[in-house]
Ligand binder design. Structure first.
Ligand SMILES: *[C@@H]1O[C@H](CO)[C@@H](O)[C@H](O)[C@H]1NC(C)=O
Ligand SMILES: *[C@@H]1O[C@H](CO)[C@@H](O)[C@H](O)[C@H]1NC(C)=O
Ligand SMILES: *[C@@H]1O[C@H](CO)[C@@H](O)[C@H](O)[C@H]1NC(C)=O
Ligand SMILES: *[C@@H]1O[C@H](CO)[C@@H](O)[C@H](O)[C@H]1NC(C)=O
Ligand SMILES: *[C@@H]1O[C@H](CO)[C@@H](O)[C@H](O)[C@H]1NC(C)=O
Ligand SMILES: *[C@@H]1O[C@H](CO)[C@@H](O)[C@H](O)[C@H]1NC(C)=O
Ligand SMILES: *[C@@H]1O[C@H](CO)[C@@H](O)[C@H](O)[C@H]1NC(C)=O
Length: 413
């Protein structure tokens, strides 16, 4: 009898232990036995596995940048059984600062990656240097040289290298749509303002979600104060050798009581979303896909805040600047020079890509090649924040119509 009960308990816990997602924060406390919770295979799946789970083929490519970083990028060329030779428009999704390509799959069936694959686009998921999908021909991840980059290097090296691969494989240079989120937008601004010919030759248009460039008014708590100490922080941290900060600890956000604590903290720092589905997506948001923060990237953003929003190259100090830039202050990125249309889409309650800063970017873009849109446009959501471009509860109503507007305009051109 005892054995039988033990056997039952064991069997039950083995089956039930598979639960990894619950509908509310409270449910996570009883996740093992809670019939409202369920098992979501995406939580611990690889990117190709997730793509396959939704019925699509997945491909991956390793590209090597001019300065030796090897970066793996993913492609969703077609449905699993699709036999079609129809040319599709390539669409690159470029993730934000502390994340990787997985962002674009968080919402599964409704995620930007799957949604646009279903619409018939040739979807490419980019990764930047420093994510788990990157390595270097010469340096290891423990070398300080590996972490010697900012969004400047992403824009001048990662973005053009990835774009060349997409143009090559899709055979459609000039027809590529670039959709970036947050730092993914910064990298595209760097790229297209410095490598104008390359950008014009390859890209059709840029759609910038939660755009970040003239970083000044943003409301992230403590950020302004910290930015005053950019130089001191650089000195201390580089001497301590702390050139990156791992974010694996976010994994704890998968379990009670942390699902709710993490959701609250996240909203405190980058903006509240109403309504939101954080309880349900916290496991997939935190299990994987959070990537090491590179100190130099943070310092570069800090310098921009400190300079009251001047979007310019890395400040190495007057003497080094003079050697590097032939000027004591770093040169500005010239947004007016960007040769393709840029559509800025920002959220009404985003503390990072904050309205006045996005308006500043808009004012710096070329008047014939800029569009600005605030979401949500109507009552389907009240407040949207920084991550909502890949986590919003009603993303199909609040975001996709705005992106589709741009894509349809291009189609009808
Ligand atoms: C890319 O490189 C990584 C690391 O070496 C490797 O694990 C992966 O299989 C490679 N992908 C392709 C498509 O070659
Ligand atoms: C596409 O495939 C069909 C049938 O497989 C073929 O008849 C047609 O010529 C192909 N078109 C192109 C552009 O390759
Ligand atoms: C980092 O890169 C800059 C130029 O991009 C170079 O001047 C500097 O020596 C590099 N530092 C390290 C530690 O590699
Ligand atoms: C533009 O990017 C390409 C590809 O990375 C590179 O070969 C070229 O030198 C770049 N041009 C400029 C002006 O930066
Ligand atoms: C450096 O800047 C000065 C003045 O701004 C200019 O006269 C000079 O030609 C520049 N030198 C180089 C190498 O660009
Ligand atoms: C490009 O931007 C202009 C405004 O600057 C806008 O009128 C036009 O519709 C845009 N074109 C596309 C294809 O988005
Ligand atoms: C507004 O809300 C409706 C549903 O109520 C939705 O169909 C529509 O796409 C939303 N967005 C815009 C921009 O109209």
């Amino acid at each position: 009898m005892m054995y039988y009960i033990e056997f039952l308990i064991l069997t039950f816990s083995l089956v039930a232990a598979k639960n990894n997602v619950c509908p509310s924060h409270l449910d996570y406390f009883t996740i093992t036995f809670n019939s409202k919770c369920w098992y979501d295979p995406d939580v611990d799946a690889t990117i190709p596995e997730i793509i396959n789970n939704y019925g699509f083929k997945s491909e991956s490519y390793n590209v090597t940048t001019l300065d030796g970083y090897i970066i793996e990028i993913f492609r969703i060329p077609s449905k699993l059984n699709e036999i079609s030779n129809k040319t599709k428009t390539p669409l690159i999704l470029f993730h934000g600062m502390a994340r990787d390509a997985r962002s674009w799959l968080i919402l599964g069936e409704d995620s930007p990656a799957i949604y646009y694959a279903k619409k018939g686009y040739d979807v490419w998921l980019a990764n930047r240097r420093g994510t788990e999908y990157s390595s270097h021909i010469k340096y290891s991840r423990n070398d300080k040289e590996f972490w010697n980059f900012s969004f400047h290097e992403m824009g001048t090296m990662d973005v053009p290298t990835i774009i060349e691969k997409v143009a090559d494989v899709s055979k459609q240079p000039g027809n590529i749509i670039y959709i970036g989120h947050s730092m993914g937008t910064t990298a595209s601004f760097v790229y297209c303002s410095l490598n104008i010919t390359h950008c014009a030759k390859n890209l059709k248009t840029i759609i910038s979600l939660a755009p970040v460039a003239n970083f000044n008014h943003m409301k992230i708590p403590m950020c302004h104060t910290m930015s005053y100490f950019t130089n001191e922080l650089e000195f201390i941290l580089t001497h301590v050798g702390l050139l990156k900060m791992e974010t694996n600890f976010f994994r704890i956000c998968q379990t009670a009581p942390f699902t709710s604590i993490c959701a609250a903290l996240m909203q405190f720092f980058i903006g509240t979303s109403t309504p939101n589905i954080y309880p349900r997506i916290m496991p997939i948001l935190s299990a994987h896909g959070n990537t090491a923060l590179c100190l130099k990237v943070a310092l570069h953003y800090g310098q921009i805040i400190k300079s009251k929003g001047q979007f310019r190259q890395y400040d190495y100090g007057q003497i080094e600047n003079l050697k590097k830039y032939n000027s004591t202050v770093p040169p500005k990125y010239n947004l007016k020079g960007i040769p393709v249309n840029v559509t800025l889409i920002y959220a009404n309650n985003d503390l990072v890509a904050y309205k006045p800063d996005v308006e500043e970017i808009y004012s710096n873009l070329h008047p014939n090649r800029r569009v600005i849109v605030e979401i949500p446009r109507n009552g389907t959501a009240k407040y949207l924040a920084h991550p909502d471009f890949f986590t919003a509860a009603n993303i199909k109503n609040v975001l996709y119509p705005e992106i589709d507007n741009v894509l349809n305009k291009i189609k009808n051109e």
